[in-house]
Write a protein that binds this ligand. Structure first.
Ligand SMILES: Cc1ncc(COP(=O)(O)O)c(C=O)c1O
Length: 406
């Protein structure tokens, strides 16, 4: 008989460790959503009305009548699902129309749809890199990019957050083999923007391909919301591939990889997370098409976000809350320990606000935070009230911690 570790016992031990570290994760059921207002149920089935400050629906498009209407019409016409992968019989006209609209919006030759941003990044790295190649990444890149490099089998080297010299050093460390330089455009847990112009130069001198995960930049930053690459004044020659997700500012689900025609066409024929999976439901593509059109033309949504961000930062700083340098709708409030972040999140919930606590391994140890996010549907008075409630939550958490010590 082999003497294997018991997986059930391992799972129990890991769960106990997470409990000891204030690291347990729970889900809340959303019973109803109406813009930024939602009704949620906790594990005991109690319901609460909360003002949501942790969604990625930055432009407030998820429930827009034109977006929902497009989804309903397409579902009535094409059904609930695509019925096959793109290369079999699942590629519908609306998929093609959305790919062309995204390519036109982002001013690139091609866009290719994926089931999610996670799958899209797996596809890019796996299709382009092999065992002898190098992938250099920012230390704070999204987990999907790290997983993508692992799955591609290439060498993964990371550099300190935003450190262009560090990126160059890592690229120089392995001069043979193809190389990719990979970064979030807007960092998902910090809200800051990568130094893309400088990274593009580093990539060029090291003959590496720059891939930008712009999940949180698309729709939000740059002219017409074209994202962080356009905001940095770069084009497809210096940043040949980017990820645009449809599940955040565009309010739906799915993703697109956009950029250089040869590279994108290669993905369509070879990327396993593209070839061996059912195509995005055509109704989702129709919803995204409506959302892209709104995102392109309704500049007031981005202007509103900027106004809310500046207002929040000024008030939160007056309260002495610990913010990070971010101009985007992602405004993390640092809490230090996991227990502190959970206590503040619970306290906010008691006061009617929903702000999720983000803890390691999603963020580095000792940097647990409340990831506050704004949408164009928030009102300035709601943002003021949140900043005040955060200060109260911080004070309550400090009082609770000191009474535990005493
Ligand atoms: C930076 C970043 N990249 C990729 C993803 C994955 O996108 P998706 O949710 O479409 O899988 C996310 C979000 O989950 C993200 O924050």
């Amino acid at each position: 008989m082999p003497d294997r570790p018991d997986l059930h016992a391992r799972v129990v031990a890991q769960r106990e460790q997470r409990s000891a570290d204030a690291g347990r994760r729970t889900r809340r059921e959303v019973l109803r959503r109406d813009g930024v207002h939602c009704e949620v149920a906790d594990a005991q089935g109690n319901t609460r009305k909360l003002l949501n400050f942790c969604s990625n629906d930055y432009l407030g498009l998820a429930q827009h009548f034109a977006v929902v209407g497009a989804l309903q019409d397409a579902a009535a016409r094409d059904g609930a699902g695509a019925a096959a992968s793109h290369l079999v019989c699942g590629h519908h006209a609306v998929h093609g129309a959305l790919e062309r609209e995204i390519a036109d919006w982002l001013e690139v030759p091609r866009a290719l749809l994926f089931g999610s941003g996670y799958l899209a990044s797996l596809a890019v790295l796996q299709s382009l890199l092999g065992d002898d190649d190098l992938c250099v990444q920012d230390r704070l890149n999204h987990a999907s990019l790290i997983d993508a490099a692992r799955l591609a089998g290439c060498r993964l080297r990371r550099y300190p957050h935003g450190d262009v010299e560090g990126a160059l050093r890592q690229l120089r460390s392995m001069a043979e083999g193809a190389a990719m330089l990979v970064t979030d455009g807007v960092f998902s847990m910090d809200g800051d923007v990568a130094p893309l112009r400088e990274l593009a130069v580093a990539a060029r001198v090291q003959q590496a391909l720059l891939y930008v995960d712009d999940a949180h930049g698309i729709g939000v930053v740059g002219p017409e919301g074209r994202g962080s690459i356009t905001a940095a004044g770069l084009d497809v020659a210096s940043a040949p591939l980017r990820l645009a997700t449809l599940g955040k500012a565009l309010g739906g689900y799915g993703a697109a990889v956009a950029g250089d025609a040869d590279l994108v066409d290669h993905l369509a024929e070879t990327a396993r997370p593209y070839v061996y999976t059912t195509a995005l439901p055509p109704a989702q593509a129709a919803a995204a098409l409506a959302a892209v059109k709104l995102a392109r033309r309704e500049h007031w949504r981005r202007e509103r976000l900027q106004e809310l961000v500046q207002r929040f930062r000024a008030r939160a700083e007056r309260h002495g809350l610990q913010l990070l340098p971010s101009d985007t709708p992602i405004q993390p409030v640092l809490c230090g320990s996991n227990a502190n972040a959970l206590a503040m999140s619970d306290s906010l919930e008691r006061d009617g606000y929903w702000v999720a606590a983000i803890r390691p391994p999603t963020v580095p140890d000792g940097q647990a935070r409340l990831r506050v996010t704004f949408t164009a549907a928030h009102e300035p008075v709601q943002v003021d009230a949140l900043a005040d409630a955060l200060a109260v939550a911080r004070d309550r958490a400090v009082d609770a911690a000191s009474s535990r010590v005493a």
